[in-house]
Design a protein around this ligand. Structure first.
Ligand code: COA
Length: 703
């Protein structure tokens, strides 16, 4: 990322508006008007060959006629003019273009978009957009957009892939009292993308929290790498999680890798906090931009109402911050600021008699105590108290405590007076919400930030070049035969090159060979059809297990061949695989997809009904470290089964975690070749006894 060029683009000292219309109501007119009304202190150069003056400013026929230097050019002329306009900007030495104009790749006109970017690159210019609202920065009083005003001032910055949503959110920042410094519309992301802006905002001194509205990442891996390096909290609302890539998947894993799962895992790995919806994006952003992270799990709740206290307690459990009783010394002190019938346990109930002083004393004490990792203050509007005075007491208590490292969130439940009191709190840096569960959710975001930040994934990768070489050869042979998948035997050769423990499997091309191989492997054996055209072997009647003697081998050989021919007469049959029959263990599944945005992604879950019906699986963008692999084992719903339930001994989780790591190396190494893989089932034995990959599937990338 060229920081200097992006600074020029988004925090310009001088700006040209190309297509500065003299007709009020047109976008080119609004942009100039907004720049002036926003109070922009830099120089504005309206450009329009058909005008001489606009809103008191001299208009230039072309950008090359402007005498001074220009950092950024906002473009509001029709799409077909963009190549010529970009060329002129390049000649003028502009640092970047904010292209508001629509009519590019979003309507199938990718060639025009590419042409514009190519010209821009030849002059080392950056392009934001096209198809955007523009870019706004409160600290520069720069409204380079057709959104009518700068947002309610604050410390978060938002990047939005939807322009209309950005305008709507801009207005909502005032009613919600959630403050932003920058609002950046990113549109088609022809050049500047989320990764560039996350990196840039991470260095921006006016931004404390980065909020994202994402529809789809073009370069997911670049994004998570930028997010992973960021020091600031990043919160993302991802839309369109319901239909993604699941259609037409050839592997089990492919059909399970929906956007919600893959994006969710990638975000967690990169330390990105998620928002459930727009409200959540606002609420969590408010807390993340105003308060410090919550560094432990000791949450203290102070309230004047039992009901809101219980609601907050329930929410705390729901958001993974279950309440503990406060230590005795905390309880003893708090007891002094409540009537006899109050409760100093947690939640601390000051009762409906609580007035300004009790709130002041208990908040000041609670936030200063070393036990408290996070403080939530609740207030129900009562006839005897004044919400604004309570708000003043809370704000003064926090200020007097001089504590900034312990986060606080507040909820006032009541009418207009409570709303006004909360607005006052927010303006003074204390997040406040109209319902107790929202205050808890906001605190949970502060805790999530701390936890995710501490265990961000490391995406550095070490190839297994020897295994890669061997695998590429096997794959080349399959491709030479015109195949788009490997046979089970070939897939197992690739797996074992990467150190995965697969069942001993050999190919028999005749009945006699089958008998000889079965004797060598040792009875009982498993026999499976080997045909590139038959991927679902059991459905074709192509699998026989527990074959105990020679006669049974001969029998199975004939039956499998005849079943396969009935299933698919034209199938090209390589032979029949003779396989050791692995002792039964806990059935797991491993797999991978090559996600269009994030690249190689590993899946893990328990097999059988857990994957078929419950879809109890988890994903990680590769490469996966051993720590991450262990986390995967712990986060599926069936995790207790691996730990050993009902007297069963624990499974060999170490072997499983090591296998996931090797699997991730394999799919990273072969990402140009492989589309999807499955290892299903993987039979996992008792601790110390390892595992066996019983079946293997590799689907190749189309070339
Ligand atoms: N350089 C500078 N100005 C030029 C020019 C040039 N080479 N050629 C024409 N102009 C002037 C025009 O004379 C006009 O000014 P005028 O109204 O004073 O005559 C002005 O530029 C605008 O051109 P016009 O042809 O009138 O376009 P328009 O205003 O109808 O539409 C866009 C232009 C960019 C707004 C339109 O093409 C568009 O893309 N709209 C959608 C934008 C959008 O919604 N984006 C966000 C999506 S979230």
């Amino acid at each position: 990322m060229d920081k200097n060029q992006i600074n020029g683009l988004l925090r310009p000292k001088s700006v040209a508006v190309i297509g500065a219309s003299t007709t009020p109501g047109k976008i080119g007119y609004s942009v100039v008007d907004n720049l002036i009304k926003g109070g922009y202190a830099g120089t504005i150069y309206p450009i329009n060959p058909n005008a001489t003056e606009l809103l008191g400013l001299k208009v230039y026929p072309t950008i090359t006629d402007v005498p001074g230097k220009i950092d950024s050019a906002i473009v509001t002329v029709p799409a077909k003019l963009l190549p010529a306009v970009t060329e002129e900007c390049g000649k003028k030495g502009v640092k970047g273009l904010i292209v508001i104009t629509s009519g590019f790749s979003e309507v199938g006109n990718k060639a025009l978009e590419d042409e514009m970017v190519t010209i821009a690159k030849s002059y080392n210019m950056r392009i934001l957009g096209p198809n955007i609202v523009g870019s706004l920065s409160n600290s520069d009083k720069f409204n380079g957009s057709f959104a009518p005003f700068l947002p309610f001032a604050g410390k978060s910055s938002l990047i939005s892939q939807s322009g209309a949503l950005l305008i709507a959110l801009d207005a909502a920042t005032y009613t919600r009292k959630v403050g932003f410094d920058k609002l950046i519309s990113i549109g088609n992301m022809s050049d500047v993308d989320f990764a560039d802006l996350v990196e840039w905002l991470d260095d921006d001194q006016d931004t404390t929290c980065i909020s994202l509205y994402i529809e789809g990442l073009k370069k997911g891996r670049a994004f998570i790498e930028a997010a992973q390096k960021s020091k600031k909290p990043i919160i993302a609302l991802k839309s369109g999680v319901s239909a993604h890539g699941a259609a037409a998947a050839a592997s089990h894993t492919g059909s399970l890798a929906g956007a919600a799962k893959v994006y969710g895992s990638a975000f967690r790995q990169a330390g990105v906090i998620q928002a459930a919806d727009l409200n959540d994006l606002f609420n969590r952003t408010q807390a993340l931009s105003l308060q410090a992270p919550m560094k432990g799990e000791n949450l203290l709740i102070v309230t004047n109402g039992g009901g809101v206290g219980v609601l907050a307690t329930d929410a705390a459990e729901r958001y993974g911050l279950p309440l503990q009783f406060a230590p005795q010394d905390v309880q003893d002190e708090l007891k002094k600021h409540m009537p006899e019938f109050g409760s100093a346990k947690n939640p601390v109930d000051l009762t409906g008699m609580a007035g300004n002083e009790w709130y002041y004393d208990s908040v000041k004490f609670a936030i200063s105590h070393k036990w408290t990792d996070g403080l939530i203050v609740l207030y129900c509007e009562t006839a005897m108290t004044n919400p604004m005075e309570i708000a003043h007491s809370i704000k003064k208590a926090v200020a007097d405590s001089k504590v900034v490292e312990t986060p606080i969130t507040v909820s006032f439940v009541g009418g207009e007076k409570s709303d006004a009191a909360m607005a006052y709190l927010v303006e003074n840096g204390i997040p406040a919400f109209g319902a107790p569960d929202l205050a808890v959710n906001a605190m949970a975001a502060l805790h999530e930030f701390y936890v995710l930040h501490a265990k961000k994934a490391d995406f550095t990768f070490k190839s297994n070049s020897k295994a890669r070489e061997l695998s590429v050869e096997i794959i080349a042979k399959a491709r030479a035969e015109g195949r788009d998948s490997l046979t089970e035997i070939e897939a197992k050769e690739v797996f074992s090159a990467y150190g995965l423990l697969v069942t001993n499997t050999s190919l028999a091309k005749s009945e006699d060979e089958a008998v000889a191989l079965a004797k060598k492997v040792g009875f009982p054996v498993v026999m499976k059809i080997v045909s590139p055209e038959i991927l679902h072997k059991s459905d074709a009647g192509g699998v026989k297990v527990n074959i105990k003697d020679e006669a049974a081998v001969r029998d199975a050989y004939k039956t499998i061949l005849s079943n396969a021919k009935t299933y698919k007469a034209e199938a090209n049959i390589h032979g029949i695989a003779i396989q050791e029959m692995a002792p039964w263990g806990t059935e797991c599944i491993l797999g991978s997809v090559n996600d269009p945005s994030f690249g190689p992604t590993v899946m893990f879950g328990l097999g059988g009904i857990f994957v078929e019906v419950l879809k109890d699986v988890t994903f990680r963008v590769a490469p996966v470290s051993e720590d991450q692999a262990e986390e995967m084992l712990g986060e599926i719903k069936g995790a207790p089964i691996l730990k050993g339930v009902r007297g069963e001994s624990p499974r060999d989780r170490k072997a499983l975690a090591e296998t996931i790591v090797k699997y991730s190396t394999m799919i990273m190494d072969l990402q140009d070749e492989i589309k999807e893989t499955d290892a299903n089932p993987v039979l996992v034995y008792e601790e110390g006894k390892g595992l066996k990959v019983v079946d293997a599937r590799i689907i190749l990338k189309a070339k």
